[in-house]
Design a protein around this ligand. Structure first.
Ligand SMILES: Nc1ncnc2c1ncn2[C@@H]1O[C@H](COP(=O)(O)OP(=O)(O)O)[C@@H](O)[C@H]1O
Ligand SMILES: [Mg+2]
Length: 358
């Protein structure tokens, strides 16, 4: 098993030997990193940190500064000077998030490189900002801006956290759709491939950004319809045709977006939610019968919202989720269409911003 307990790792039917070698990114710039590995391609805009800098910035990766954990590694809070980027005392300078690769992480180097290549070059308000990296022998680290409210997963599902109101949920959906539209609109047709609540981070105003580009890949170009890959992603979020064939297209992200939208509407997890079929049923399986019945569609809504949402908005969002989750990828909308629909659902910006901050 790879990444988290419910990660999928399998090979396409054609077998592992026929797998196309996955280019990490086509617009990369090469230079020699600190370990002297010439094959590493890292962006010049990024700060190259020494391991010692990051050890000092995080006070030796102290357990009490842990911000989160994924399959790649643990993420710690650290402090660096805004101008020199030198490590500094907590409370001084700028707070950063330092991700440290677990030595046992399967394929971790490739993920590290994908993150450096994509986030080193792509700048957008809905993508988390990568500040720098460290690659010293086996120590592979990444340094990001801190997203103070943490992951959407923590906010939506953990007990005891502040409830995310309806308007904010729709703002988050719009932010994520905007991030994915941006990626799909690039010349390289970038496919994010691992959209899930734990990879969506929230800043202090609940603005959402995509993080974790470890599995991102350039999409098909020319007259190719798909890229063939090993199937890798997260159960409950990955599109069925991708799991079955390994064929990667931007429509796989659209499916995963549909799952995240369902999570925002229902407040239930993609898999293993005891109120949505338990371990035997995914959120999609549980919700689909309601989504396709206009009289019962609002039964999927998060009861914690206490009915405090626009019925029309919820119906539109639910209908959109159903289209994103179509088993036929060709019938799914593009991320641009998704974004346009959600912007209509979203409350006027001034109201939304007030609610976001309340
Ligand atoms: N920039 C950040 N600010 C705050 N928390 C973060 C940040 N980056 C990651 N995290 C936390 O760490 C968790 C794992 O990070 P992620 O980048 O998804 O790692 P992995 O590649 O191991 O899956 C996230 O779900 C989140 O809770
Ligand atoms: Mg992750």
């Amino acid at each position: 098993m790879y990444k988290v307990h419910n990660m999928i790792k399998a090979y396409p039917k054609t077998g592992p030997g026929t797998e196309k070698k996955e280019p990490v990114h086509s617009h990369k710039q090469s230079f020699y990193d600190s370990s002297g590995k010439s094959e590493s391609c890292v962006h010049r805009n990024l700060k190259s940190f020494t391991f010692n800098d990051l050890k000092n910035a995080t006070r030796n990766f102290r357990a009490d500064s842990l911000l989160g954990e994924g399959g790649f590694g643990c993420v710690f809070k650290g402090w660096i000077d805004e101008n020199t980027f030198a490590p500094c005392k907590p409370g001084n300078g700028m707070m950063v998030a330092v991700k440290k690769l677990k030595p046992e992480s399967f394929q971790g180097h490739r993920e590290w490189l994908a993150e450096v290549n994509y986030l080193g070059q792509l700048h957008h308000e809905n993508l988390v900002r990568l500040i720098g990296y460290c690659s010293e022998f086996d120590n592979m680290l990444l340094v990001y801006e801190v997203m103070t409210k943490g992951s959407l997963e923590n906010h939506l599902f953990k007990k005891g956290v502040q409830l995310i109101p309806w308007a904010t949920r729709m703002c988050i959906a719009v932010d994520v759709a905007r991030g994915l539209s941006f990626l799909h609109g690039l010349e390289a047709n970038v496919i994010y491939r691992d959209l899930k609540a734990s990879n969506i981070l929230l800043d202090s105003d609940f603005n959402a950004k995509l993080s974790d580009f470890g599995l991102a890949r350039d999409g098909p170009s020319g007259d190719r319809t798909h890229v063939s890959t090993r199937v890798i992603g997260t159960m409950g979020y990955a599109a069925p045709e991708y799991v079955a064939s390994g064929h990667l297209t931007p429509k796989n992200d659209v499916y995963s977006f549909g799952v995240v939208l369902l999570e925002l509407l229902s407040g239930k997890r993609a898999t293993g939610d005891e109120n949505a079929g338990g371990v035997d049923e995914t959120l999609v399986e549980w919700a689909t019968p309601f989504l396709s019945d206009s009289r019962r569609v609002l039964r999927i809504m998060d009861t914690r919202l206490g009915g405090q949402y626009s019925k029309k908005g919820a119906q539109t969002a639910a209908a959109l989720a159903l289209r994103c989750l179509d088993v036929d990828p060709k019938l799914r909308p593009t991320m641009n269409e998704v974004l346009a629909t959600l912007e209509l659902v979203q409350a006027p910006k001034d109201v939304t911003n007030k609610q976001r901050r309340s």
